[in-house]
Design a protein around this ligand. Structure first.
Ligand SMILES: NC(=O)c1ccc[n+]([C@@H]2O[C@H](COP(=O)([O-])OP(=O)(O)OC[C@H]3O[C@@H](n4cnc5c(N)ncnc54)[C@H](OP(=O)(O)O)[C@@H]3O)[C@@H](O)[C@H]2O)c1
Length: 251
């Protein structure tokens, strides 16, 4: 299919998991893609998977100059941008009592502050019309133990997504929507700091058993939703938060 033919797209965090699957889907749908990542090994791997024609740019979300520099690189590479999937993010599961100022700042810097200022820098680069999709989380829509600060970062994105439509839809033709995945099987779960593989497997098992569909989501399933929100097929969708969670928030 060619649902994104001619679209120029930025995918942050396109080196792993949901972002990488979305980059692959976008390319298959005819888009020209530029992706970002931060970890050198992950960047190298993404380059091998995505091929020579796809720029894979290192842009640390904690470095606002790097985010502004990224908007410049996007301008130089594409001229204008039709689609941005602002997906780069980290999770940190820990009890409310265990959070520190550093763990809180890391989550909010990467998951919120970087996206706030990257979006600001992208506004002059985004075409009219264009589509921006934020990666929020189903944890915004319920109360989940260990999710507290992480869920709050994603709730901030959900709120910004609505405000930015009010600011930028009429004036700039940019529409903002979000996907809110429930648990999706990606390398994110290996980055939670659980060293013992048996405990990690038990955590994943307990997550899966809490999902009415009986399994975690796959990154490709989120990618499909992002393709829809990025494409002209969703031109009338504005300010929507598409929950993909195997029924967890409604059942
Ligand atoms: N997996 C889930 O269950 C789930 C559920 C709901 C929402 N989400 C959200 O989906 C998004 C992608 O997560 P994922 O599951 O695909 O995880 P992942 O496989 O760990 O991918 C995370 C991506 O974000 C990038 N990233 C992390 N820290 C960064 C930083 N400081 N600066 C720039 N890029 C950074 C990573 O780059 P490198 O690879 O270069 O390190 C990677 O490309 C996140 O926003 C996450 O919160 C995930």
């Amino acid at each position: 299919m060619n649902r994104l033919a001619g679209k120029r797209a930025l995918i942050t965090g396109g080196t792993s998991g949901i972002g990488l699957a979305t980059a692959q889907r976008f390319i298959a749908e005819g888009a020209d893609v530029l992706v970002t990542g931060v970890t050198p090994a992950s960047i190298d791997k993404a380059r091998q998977i995505l091929g020579d024609t796809v720029p894979v740019v290192q842009a640390d979300a904690r470095d606002l100059d790097a985010q502004r520099g990224l908007a410049k690189q996007v301008r130089e590479h594409f001229g204008e941008l039709d689609v941005a999937f602002l997906n780069a993010g980290v999770s940190d599961w820990r009890s409310f009592e265990d959070h520190t100022e550093d763990s809180y700042d890391r989550l909010f810097d990467i998951n919120v502050k970087s996206i706030f200022f990257l979006t600001q820098a992208l506004v002059p680069v985004l075409a009219n019309p264009s589509s921006v999709v934020l990666n929020a989380s189903a944890s915004v829509h319920g109360g989940y133990g260990q999710a507290n600060a992480y869920a709050a970062t994603k709730a901030a994105l959900s709120s910004l997504m609505r405000s930015w439509n009010a600011d930028l839809l009429k004036s700039h033709g940019i529409r903002f929507n979000a996907v809110s995945p429930g648990p999706v099987d990606t390398p994110l779960y290996a980055k939670l700091g659980i060293e013992d593989p048996a405990i990690q497997a038990a955590v994943l098992e307990s997550i899966s058993s809490g999902i009415p569909l009986g399994r975690m989501g796959m990154p490709e399933e989120v990618a499909e939703a992002v393709v829809y929100l990025a494409s002209d097929a969703s031109a009338f969708a504005v300010g929507q938060d598409l929950i993909l969670d195997g029924g967890q928030t409604v059942l």
